[in-house]
Every structure is written in structure tokens, then in C-alpha cells.
Design a protein around this ligand. Structure first.
Ligand code: GAL
Length: 854
């Protein structure tokens, strides 16, 4: 086995380094020569991944390449690097790359090689999670839907047709990476790879074939000879040498299945995903930092934020069902690529401290002792070096502890880090990091306000059957097997005759049952009601009052999916669509089951067939009054991009549900009409105590998602086309822009701060021999600091957006800071009396600054 070879090589290398004789050295050399073609320079031992012969404590973050644009990648990766990350993790999304069997696509946002190379250019490593099952709230968990139609196939189990496809795709990806020399074993950035994903969570449902599938996956992955280690997450029975890793909100209690494997946390959920109908989840950074510190306190060695930048589910890539287009995740970098403070900065400060003691931590295992109920010390001691973590895992009370003869105050649910076993330089509950005030600038889509909608044109999407490829079947069909997910939409259409003496004449009730995810009911061409599922239960049952007329009536049911399921045992077989029963329930108790009638079906919309998404068509109508609040309408307009370089969103308040395209690129499904539940939000969520995905939510009673990201690189300065397909009814003239910006940057640094603190990056640490440094950096490379709205050296009070001078102040501070910063993208100022003079001797002073960027 490859890893065994690598491990023994590593041992040989160590022996050789210890100078155990010429013979051994020769043997070692021979070993290297014999194995250089595949033997990499990443191995592992009990304590860590060993990169180029050195144990490494690594901090990683997930950035999924298709959830942003290639244009955004360098900036996102640089911000990750500035935030103290060593590694970028991404899944590989099979259904993006092979939408049709045998036809591959690696262009644009799908350019995996370019993404990996961009990470390499920034000097970071890559963890490539090939899977090929991803989960990731991604459509169908990342599997292409055509897999499902291969005769005899069963996904994610010991099944020959599946294994053949999985192996083919994994080999394809590994080959591409190898051709480009992207594995660390070839001098590239990829130091780790994943096969499968959390299979241990579902394995029992697959019985003994699940077990043999795990063994096969492991062997198959190893046979691909990447030269770097493989992991399986949430897989306690991962066969050697594959490293089993932990996913969760906390992983400090995790131990790998062998003492020879390092403790790795592949998914530290930095927040949570959002569903249509749900309120926006967030995870307080005090708790996230606590979880990270606890992990390294208890012997952890590699931790990955899932997500570090969540981004956007463009097109129809979101899974679920019901996952929103935004995949912001409350990550340290927000959906738009802006740093989220104080989350990003507080974690950056934590990373710095941990990195400071990397060698001490990796030299040994911690000695863990109790300091009282809920109080724990972990000490790493090697030679003369000593580093300690003191934790209070109690959720209520702060505590005072004695450690090494000194006394320390430990806030509840916090960890203090003592790089020298004496001085606390960081506590997870005390945020020193810079703050920012993000803001949205509203702007109408049209400079002229467009109140009459005169710049809009439209096309009606016909109700019911309008395409030539419609077909009829007796009975109701399952949707995904029928559409193969080529479209969200499937029409179920039926024509019935009603005689004068039937109980169904005039008012009656149409009962519709669907596996999900939603449907709209049209009777004789008019929308009369809808049934909408939710992320907890996509099944829908609805009783819709309808009016039937004597003679012929048409019943048109538009069934739709909102992202295919991505998680759970046999998730790939979960169906959708109106599988019935569908029946008429008459006034006097009579019931007429329509389920086994001969229905006519149409896959997708007429407008999809005509490719109205591009906006190019001669059919657009613009002369008469713009229809509003009517279902099934395609809308089109042109607009100029908002000036500047700030990220852009469209505010879709006023629309119902549908999909939107800018210059032919889908910005995703929109659904501002889906309002989040009204109870259970707590903006001031207490970070103390175990976090769970439902613990902290905001935006109750508001649209789950109102703003939709339009990447700057998709926009031209003027003459952009926006096309909408509005399903339920909306008023497009209400659409506006919201440009995102950081209104203010603030930082406050004390002259006694134990570590040089900077605001956006770590560049200034080197230059800070003389003392702490305050640094400011505008969020985007093209921006400059345009003004300093506040600066005070002395005892300033307040916080970002509301600083004021304290009793002690130096009158020169504002001009010194202005001179150092205005007109530059970033600046650093030494926080000391050398720089500012001493306005009040004997008092500890700090520098507080608030700045704006344009
Ligand atoms: C994990 C899974 C990830 C993602 C996450 C929730 O179980 O491995 O892909 O789905 O949950 O965001």
C-alpha cells in the first residue's frame, strides 16, 4: 500500500537524519530513488500531518470554487491567507463537470485547475475533497442525475455499475491534477484528499454492502497514487492508512481510530445554511473560537472552517430541497466577499496565537488536568518551552482558577491561551479585533425611477401544455424520473367534462397530494391556489376550492422542484411531483379520483425551450401596460451597473418566486415571497453553551432571502439584460440595487497589547518590534482610505460607529493618522508614545481609529 510505503520511508528518513550510519543512509536514498515517482512529501504520524519532513499544525477553510467567480477567487484566497489560513478546502462537484455522461466541462466557475493554481499562487495548500459524493447543500449531493438512470445502479454502496462510474470520475480528477503537477508529491499545493463524505452517518442503512463499499472506496482511492494522504470524514472504520476525521460544531472529544493517525477536523461549521422559509442562522464568534481553541487544546492538529466563504448557489445548483440561493453560512468572509467582522478578525487573532506555539504543540501530547468542575488545563511542555490552554466549559459562571501558582479569571464557555504557560494573550470570549459597519446603498434599477415600468418588456408563459414534446400517460408520474432534472418544472394537465347534474359543478374542492416540492393549480387557465412544502417536510397536501363550469374544464398543475435532496441514506431515490391522489371532493360528499386518468405532461417551460433566459428573442412585448401580480410571466429589462467596485445585489422584494438571469447567466432561484417563520429568533443569542443549527437565528417574519448577488464580473458598465421568470406573480418595477460596502473600518489597539494587532492582514507583524501596531486595510484592492472620521490616542471610549475622546487625548492623533492612511489601500501605525507623545503619564493609552474606504 502506498501509505505504508510512505510511512516507512518517513521512518527511514528520520533514522537517517539521526545519523544512524552510512548503511542506513544509503538504504534510505535507495528507498527515495525507488519511490520518487509516487512517493510524496506529505505523510502523517500520531501528532500531525508531516509536510516536507515537518509536522504542521494547519488551519484550513472551505471555499467552494463554483460558489463565486474566478474573478473573486484571488481576493477571497488572499483574505483567507490574511485571516491566518494555511489550507483551502473544496469539494469537487461531479454534476458540474460531467452534466452529460462522458462530456466534461471545466470552464469559468468550473475551472478547478485554475482555482487550485490560484490557491497555490497565494502560497496556501489545498485539501481536495473529491468524494465524489459531496452533500454540501448542493443539488443531488453533487451526483449527476444520469447516474440514477444507469441500469442496475445503486448509489453509494457495493454495486458494480456505481463503483465503475465513481472510479472513472475520481481517476479523471486525479489525472487532471497530476497532469498539472498539483499534488504536493509533485511540488503542487494539494496535501490531502477526501474519498466519500460522511458515509459513516448513513452506512448502517446499507448493511454489509455498505461495509464492503467503504473498504473498496479506500482501496480504490489509494490505487490512484496521489502521493498524499486520504481522509474519510465521519468514518470511524476508515481502513488504514486512510485517516478518519471529524465533522461537527465541536470536535475536541474526537479521537481517530488509530494512534498513528492525527486528530483532524474536516468540517467546523462556522454557521449554518439557510432554507427558503427559514430564518437566517448565525454562530457567535466567541463560541466558534471556543470550539477551535478546545480542539487544539486537546491535541487537534488540522481544523477546517466549513465554510470560510460560503458564497452563492448560482443557477439551479442548490440542493435541499429548499436551500436558498445564498450560501452565506455566516462565514468569516460573507457571501459578497467582504470580511465579516469581528468574526474574521477574532479568529485571525486566535490563529496567530496558535501559530506562535505551533512547534511546542506538535512536539508532544498535552497533559490534561482538572482545575475544578468544568475547568480544565492542558499543558504542552517540550524542553524549556511550555504552552497552556485554560478552559472553562461551564455555561453560566465565570471562574477564577489557580494555575502554576498564578490566578486567572476565566469567563464561562471560554479558553485562555498562555504561550509561555504564564501570560494570557488570548481569551476566546474577549474580542479585541477590529470592527466594521457594513451597509447597503439602495439605488433604483433605473436612474429615471422607472415607475411606469416603461422599460420592461414581457412574454406570457402559457398555462398548461404548449410544447410539441408533450406526452400522455395513464396515471400520475413521479417528477424526477420524468424530467431528469432538466428543468424545475413539470406540467400535469387534464381535461374533464362536467355535466349539469354532477356534484362537482360550480364550487368544489380539488385535493392534491405531492411528494414536493411545490405546485400551482390552474383551473381553466386561472391560478387558483398553490401547495408549498418546506425543508423539514417536502410532502404537500392541499385542498383548493375551485369553480368548475358545465362542459369542458382544464386542470393544469404546475409541479416544481426547489433543489434536489442532498443528504441521508438513499437520498438519491427520494421522489418529487404530484403522485396523488388528485381528486375532486364535491359539496355533498361525492368524490371523483382523477389519479388514474390519462394525463398530459410537459417537461419544462415554453420559455426555456425558446431560451428566453438570454433575453434574445423577437417575442418580447413592450407596447401595452406591463402586467403585474400575474403568474407565469417572463420579464426583461436593461440596466446600467451601479458605479464603483462594491459588490452588487438585486433586491427582489415585490417579486414572488422564480429564477433570474443577468446577461444570460443565472443568478439563481429567487423567492422573496417565502417569509421566514415569525418566532424563535434571538439576535442577541447567548454564545455560552453548546451551539446547534437552530440556536441562533435572525430575520424572523421577513423574506428568508431578499437580496440576490450579481457578481461584478457578469456586469458591463451599461446595457445589461435582466430576465426574470416569475411563477406566482410579482411587480418587477419594485426591484432595486443594493450595493454592499463597508461603511466604516475601526480598530482600537492598546499600547500594552501583548501581540501586535492589525486589522486586516498580518503584514505589519514583522515591522512591529517596537510595540503594537494598528493597521487598516480597505476590503478591496482597488479601494483607498478616503477619510479618517475619528482618531484618538489616549483613553478613547465607545465602539465602532460611536467612538468619542476620553479624558486623556493627544491633539495630534487625527492628523498623524490622516497623514499615514488617507489615499492608501492600507496603512499601519505604531501605537506608542514615541509616535504620539504622552498625553497622560502613568495611564495605559490606546489608539482608536474609524476610517472610510471608497
Ligand atoms: C455535512 C456535510 C457537508 C454539509 C454540512 C452542512 O454533514 O458533510 O457537505 O452538508 O453537513 O452544511
Amino acid at each position: 500500500m502506498l501509505m505504508n510505503l510512505e510511512l516507512s520511508n518517513r521512518k527511514q528518513r528520520r533514522l537517517a537524519m539521526e545519523g544512524k550510519g552510512l548503511m542506513l543512509s544509503l538504504l534510505f536514498l535507495l528507498g527515495v530513488l525507488a519511490t520518487t515517482s509516487y512517493c510524496g512529501n506529505v505523510t502523517y504520524d500520531h501528532r500531525a500531518l508531516v509536510v516536507d519532513g515537518k509536522r504542521r499544525l494547519l488551519i484550513s477553510g472551505s471555499i467552494h470554487y463554483p460558489r463565486s467567480t474566478p474573478d473573486m477567487w484571488p481576493d477571497l484566497i488572499q483574505k483567507a491567507k490574511d485571516g491566518g489560513l494555511d489550507v483551502i478546502e473544496t469539494y469537487v462537484f461531479w454534476n458540474l463537470h460531467e452534466p452529460t455522461r462522458g462530456q466534461y466541462d471545466f470552464e469559468g466557475r468550473k475551472d478547478l485547475v485554475k482555482f487550485v493554481k490560484t490557491v497555490a499562487q497565494a502560497g496556501l495548500y489545498v485539501h481536495l475533497r473529491i468524494g465524489p459524493y459531496a452533500c454540501a447543500e448542493w443539488n443531488y449531493g453533487g451526483f449527476p442525475l444520469w447516474l440514477h438512470f444507469i441500469p442496475g445502479i445503486e448509489l453509494r454502496t457495493d454495486n458494480e455499475p456505481f463503483k465503475a462510474e465513481m472510479q472513472r470520475f475520481m481517476a479523471k480528477i486525479v489525472n487532471i491534477m497530476q497532469q498539472e503537477k498539483l499534488y504536493a508529491s509533485q511540488g503542487g499545493p494539494i496535501i490531502l484528499s477526501q474519498v466519500e463524505n460522511e458515509y459513516g452517518n448513513v452506512a448502517s442503512a446499507y448493511g454489509s454492502r455498505g461495509k464492503s463499499y467503504v473498504k473498496w472506496s479506500a482501496g480504490m482511492a489509494l490505487s490512484l497514487d496521489t502521493g498524499v494522504p486520504w481522509v474519510m470524514c465521519q468514518q470511524s472504520d476508515a481502513p488504514d492508512p486512510i485517516i478518519n476525521t471529524c465533522n461537527g460544531f465541536y470536535c475536541d472529544q474526537f479521537t481517530p481510530n488509530s494512534n498513528n493517525k492525527p486528530k483532524i477536523w474536516t468540517e467546523d461549521w462556522s454557521g449554518w445554511f439557510l432554507s427558503f422559509g427559514g430564518a437566517v442562522p448565525f454562530r457567535p464568534v466567541e463560541d466558534l473560537a471556543f470550539a477551535v481553541a478546545r480542539f487544539y487544546q486537546r491535541g487537534g492538529t488540522f481544523q477546517n472552517y466549513y465554510m470560510y466563504h460560503g458564497g452563492t448557489n448560482f443557477g439551479r445548483t442548490s440542493g435541499g430541497p429548499f436551500i436558498t440561493t445564498s450560501y452565506d453560512y455566516d462565514a468569516p468572509i460573507d457571501e459578497y466577499g467582504l470580511i465579516r467582522q469581528p468574526k474574521w478578525g477574532h479568529l485571525r487573532d486566535l490563529h496567530k496565537v496558535i501559530k506562535l506555539i505551533e512547534d511546542t504543540l506538535l512536539a508532544t501530547d498535552p497533559t490534561i488536568t482538572s482545575l475544578g468542575t468544568n475547568l480544565e488545563a492542558a499543558v504542552y511542555r517540550t524542553g524549556s518551552a511550555c504552552a497552556a490552554f485554560l478552559a472553562n466549559v461551564g455555561t453560566q459562571s465565570d471562574a477564577s482558577v489557580t494555575f502554576n501558582g498564578n490566578s486567572y479569571n476565566l469567563p464561562a464557555w471560554s479558553v485562555s491561551i498562555l504561550p509561555d504557560c504564564k501570560n494570557v494573550v488570548f481569551n476566546t470570549a474577549k474580542i479585541n479585533s477590529a470592527a466594521t459597519i457594513p451597509s447597503l446603498t439602495r439605488q433604483s434599477l433605473k436612474d429615471n425611477g422607472d415607475s411606469l415600468g416603461s422599460d420592461w418588456s414581457w412574454i406570457n408563459e402559457p398555462v398548461g401544455i404548449s410544447k410539441d414534446d408533450a406526452f400522455s400517460r395513464v396515471g400520475l408520474v413521479e417528477q424526477i424520473n420524468t424530467t431528469a432534472d432538466k428543468s424545475d418544472y413539470l406540467w400535469y394537465s387534464l381535461s374533464i367534462g362536467i355535466k349539469g347534474d354532477e356534484p362537482f359543478l360550480d364550487q368544489t374542492v380539488l385535493h392534491v397530494e405531492s411528494l414536493g416540492h411545490a405546485f400551482h393549480v390552474f383551473i381553466n387557465g386561472k391560478l387558483v391556489g398553490s401547495g408549498i412544502g418546506n425543508s423539514a417536510n417536502s410532502n404537500v397536501k392541499a385542498d383548493i376550492p375551485v369553480t368548475l363550469v358545465r362542459g369542458k374544464n382544464t386542470i393544469d398543475l404546475l409541479s416544481l422542484t426547489v433543489g434536489l435532496q442532498n443528504y441521508g441514506p438513499f437520498y438519491d431515490k427520494v421522489g418529487a411531483g404530484i403522485t396523488g391522489p388528485v381528486k375532486l371532493n364535491g359539496k355533498n360528499g361525492g368524490s371523483f379520483d382523477l389519479s388514474s386518468q390519462k394525463w398530459t405532461y410537459q417537461i419544462g417551460l415554453k420559455g426555456e425551450e425558446l431560451d428566453l433566459r438570454s433575453g434574445i428573442s423577437s417575442r418580447w412585448i413592450s407596447k401595452s401596460t406591463l402586467p403585474k401580480k400575474q403568474p407565469l410571466i417572463w420579464y426583461k429589462t436593461t440596466f446600467d451597473a451601479p458605479a464603483g467596485s462594491n459588490p452588487v445585489a438585486l433586491d427582489f422584494l415585490g417579486l414572488g418566486k422564480g429564477e433570474a438571469w443577468v446577461n444570460g447567466q443565472s443568478i439563481g432561484r429567487y423567492w422573496p415571497a417565502f417569509i421566514a417563520f415569525s418566532n424563535g429568533c434571538n439576535e442577541k443569542c447567548d454564545y455560552r453553551g453548546p451551539y446547534g443549527s437552530g440556536k441562533c437565528r435572525k430575520n424572523c417574519g421577513k423574506p428568508s432571502q431578499q437580496l440576490y448577488h450579481v457578481p461584478r464580473s457578469w456586469l458591463k458598465p451599461s446595457g445589461n439584460t435582466l430576465v426574470l421568470f416569475e411563477e406566482m406573480g410579482g411587480d418587477p418595477t419594485q426591484i432595486s440595487f443594493a450595493t454592499r460596502q463597508i461603511q466604516s473600518l475601526c480598530a482600537q489597539v492598546s499600547e500594552t497589547h501583548p501581540l501586535p494587532v492589525d486589522m486586516w492582514n498580518s503584514d505589519s507583524t514583522a515591522a512591529s518590534n517596537s510595540g503594537p501596531v494598528l493597521s487598516l486595510k480597505c476590503p478591496f484592492p482597488k479601494q483607498v482610505i478616503s477619510s479618517i472620521t475619528f482618531a484618538s490616542f489616549g483613553t478613547p471610549i465607545g465602539s465602532c460607529g460611536g467612538f468619542s475622546h476620553g479624558q486623556c487625548r493627544n491633539n495630534m492623533a487625527l492628523s498623524i493618522v490622516r497623514k499615514a492612511c488617507v489615499g492608501s489601500n492600507s496603512c499601519s501605525i505604531e501605537v506608542s508614545i514615541n509616535k504620539f507623545g504622552d498625553p497622560c503619564q502613568g495611564v495605559t493609552k490606546s489608539l482608536a481609529v474609524e476610517a472610510s474606504c471608497t
